[in-house]
Design a binder for this molecule. Structure first.
Ligand SMILES: *Cc1c(COP(=O)(O)O)cnc(C)c1O
Length: 424
């Protein structure tokens, strides 16, 4: 049981085996960073490894591709094999490449095979817009009308998806399912095993968007037979703005011809033969396209050292405890105000952030920021708060709620306009 006191927050921190990791990150004094689900913070390790990669350019020039501490030619595969631990893949099933959206394009171009009456893609009405734009354009490229061929499962409450509704929509017209592991707004975690099995029982391939879970929640993509997955590293994996993303392709699909071919998908021993016939790698590496953005991969080297030390299980354990603590404090201290907890509250369906809904969410977010808490606003009425295990303490969670209470008690949010900024 959580007690709503400052003393208790301090006690939780005393018992926290991850408490030392806060010093590994750059956090401003007097700032509580609750926005790691949108852009994770810079760690000293990531900074160090980025500087080392710059040094290898400085020292080796072109030879940096094969020399130095982090030879660039193998970086995407080497880091992919480390990322595999976080997503539950075999080392060859994961590669660090592209962006979320370009990886989705690649994977749909590869695995969407409309045939006969199976011509539809099943998605959901709550997914992130970029995924939907990509799916619509992929359909158009095949000459299929998105209005007819993109099915979006409806949400019953505007926040979450019902897994039975998803499964019911898996008809024999569906060729491919694309779903988020965790919904970006409400933080709902879907049962990946159950939904994947349901798709396969119906002869449908399934791909998962892991943007809001990778780095916060352990996955078992290989064991669950997931066909493919893709995610970014700049949220919970702290690889920096625009940092290179990741993808997983199950080994059962090795040898599939990439829909969007490029020379960095080559078998590495053949790449520099410079043949016009493409020989794809016999691994997830085949789904790379062009030269990796080495400087935007580099921070991941340091970040993954931290994950390796701590383990994703310990991160999830703290995250679940911290989000539960946050919800308890909200109920205890903010019951006078009209906040609704919009995320699923059970551990099985709760992601890494808490979703607080309020009519005045935009202005409350501005007031939080002015008072030392960095939250995340999603239109029209959502405040997302992510107590990231590496760098948010239990005291930070307590303090966040106290600051929020002060903002509400004194109506400090009324100084701000209740509308979103350019980035929100
Ligand atoms: C963050 C996020 C994206 C962003 O895609 P980029 O290609 O990195 O811009 C896409 N989809 C989801 C679900 C996200 O959470």
């Amino acid at each position: 049981m959580f007690k709503p006191t400052e003393e208790f927050a301090r006690e939780l921190d005393q018992q926290d085996s991850l408490r030392g990791y806060k010093d590994e990150f750059y956090i401003k004094d007097n700032q509580i960073y609750m926005d790691g689900n949108s852009l994770g913070l810079l760690s000293k390790r990531s900074e160090q490894r980025l500087l080392e990669v710059l040094d290898s350019w400085k020292n080796y020039g072109i030879d940096g591709w094969t020399k130095g501490d982090h030879p660039w030619f193998f970086l995407s595969e080497n880091l992919g094999s480390k990322m595999a631990t976080l997503v539950g893949g075999n080392p060859e099933e994961v590669v660090v490449t592209g962006s979320t959206t370009t990886n989705l394009h690649q994977l749909v171009a590869t695995f969407f095979k409309p045939e006969g009456s199976r011509t539809k893609i099943l998605a959901d009405e709550l997914n992130f817009p970029s995924d939907i734009y990509a799916l619509k354009s992929q359909l158009k490229l095949r000459g299929l009308d998105p209005d007819e061929h993109l099915i979006r499962v409806k949400s019953r409450d505007g926040r979450t998806l019902n897994e039975d509704d998803i499964i019911e929509a898996m008809t024999d017209e569906v060729a491919l399912v694309i779903l988020p592991t965790v919904l970006y707004r409400s933080g709902q975690l879907l049962d990946i095993k159950r939904v994947t099995e349901a798709a396969h029982d119906r002869g449908i391939l399934i791909g998962w968007d892991g943007c809001h879970s990778v780095g916060a929640i352990p996955h078992n993509f290989h064991e669950h037979g997931v066909d493919f997955a893709y995610w970014c590293h700049y949220k919970y994996v702290n690889n920096g703005p625009g940092g290179v993303a990741g993808l997983f392709v199950h080994e059962k699909h090795f040898g599939a011809e990439p829909g969007l071919a490029g020379w960095f998908g080559s078998d590495k021993t053949k790449q520099f033969d410079m043949e016009h016939d493409f020989t794809p790698a016999d691994s997830a590496g085949a789904f790379q396209i062009g030269t990796p953005h080495v400087l935007s991969v580099a921070p991941l080297i340091g970040s993954l050292e931290l994950f390796e030390e701590v383990g994703i299980e310990a991160i999830r354990e703290k995250s679940l405890k911290a989000t539960e603590y946050l919800m308890t404090l909200v109920k205890e201290h903010l019951s006078d105000y009209d906040f609704t907890i919009g995320n699923p509250t059970d551990d099985k369906h709760r992601g890494g952030h808490v979703c607080l809904e309020h009519q005045e969410a935009a202005s409350i977010c501005k007031a939080l920021k002015a008072n030392g808490v960095v939250p995340d606003f999603r239109a029209p009425n959502v405040i997302r708060l992510a107590p990231v295990a590496f760098y948010v303490s239990y005291y930070d969670v307590y303090k966040t709620v106290m600051i929020l209470k002060d903002i509400m008690d004194n109506q400090r949010y009324k100084q701000y306009k209740n509308e979103r900024d350019v980035i929100a």
